[in-house]
Write a protein that binds this ligand. Sequence first.
Ligand SMILES: NC(=O)c1ccc[n+]([C@@H]2O[C@H](COP(=O)([O-])OP(=O)(O)OC[C@H]3O[C@@H](n4cnc5c(N)ncnc54)[C@H](O)[C@@H]3O)[C@@H](O)[C@H]2O)c1
Length: 265
Amino acid sequence: MTTLQADLNQQGRTVLVTGAGSGIGLAIATAFVGAGDTVYFCDIDAERVHSASEALGATAHGEVVDVSDYDQLKALVERAVRETGRLNVMVNNAGVADGKASIEKTGLDLWRRVISINLDGCFFGCKLASEIMIGQGSGRIINMASISSFRGAVNGVAYTASKHGIVGLTERLASDLGPSGITVNAVGPGAIETGVSVNSEALLGDSYPTGSASTTSDEKLREIVPLGRRAKPQEVASVVLFLASEAASYVSGATVPIDGGWLTR
Ligand SMILES: NC(=O)c1ccc[n+]([C@@H]2O[C@H](COP(=O)([O-])OP(=O)(O)OC[C@H]3O[C@@H](n4cnc5c(N)ncnc54)[C@H](O)[C@@H]3O)[C@@H](O)[C@H]2O)c1
């Protein structure tokens, strides 16, 4: 048995999920709690941390953290390791949408906020987790990419650049960290039933483009997605759980589309 296998076969992994106050992140945290793991999670929104903590129960520990602040995220990673002695799985999920802003509508503030949350935040999580996991000789890192990691015109300039960046980061880290027994993968959701547009507009305030048609209509989705519908957040969480499991022991450097077949069109 490899060190990685031995580690993941332990009962109760330590898992950290960012942006788990709502949507996909909350579904991921719920799935890991259901699998018997100890979950540390964060969100920038205090109310969401509170409601998620109530929903997740005693084996989940939430804190208000802005992932674009390295020191804040570092403190949460350190807490997880201090309290459990390990970090088995890191899920870099926190992200904001950009209202599908074109280059004309992408102001410098919008660009910087989206890149700092979606890409810096992911990099910070990878860097912090890898430092612990290299020492352990094992670990799983799973990053939240998007259909916009593969397609240029589904979302706006900043979001598309950030999600393409996550694929490059994931591939390079899979190469760097494989020799230390760590797998690094990403998932690329298509259209998922969450409040990401409304939440992002509230978080980004004035930098968010006004009058943006930020969600794809149901009619349009039926046309472009072979399965003809949005997915539930749980349908993303189940793939993340797979990538963290022993069943995915030889998967690394992949960005797995979860898009109802959208990329075939
Ligand atoms: N919903 C979709 O259709 C879809 C598709 C592809 C990818 N994604 C990605 O999935 C991830 C989760 O999005 P979602 O759809 O669940 O939206 P969501 O708005 O429900 O969840 C995102 C969470 O991240 C939090 N957050 C935002 N900025 C943060 C920061 N700086 N620090 C910590 N937390 C922060 C938000 O408060 C929110 O609770 C994002 O990375 C998003 O880009 C979503």
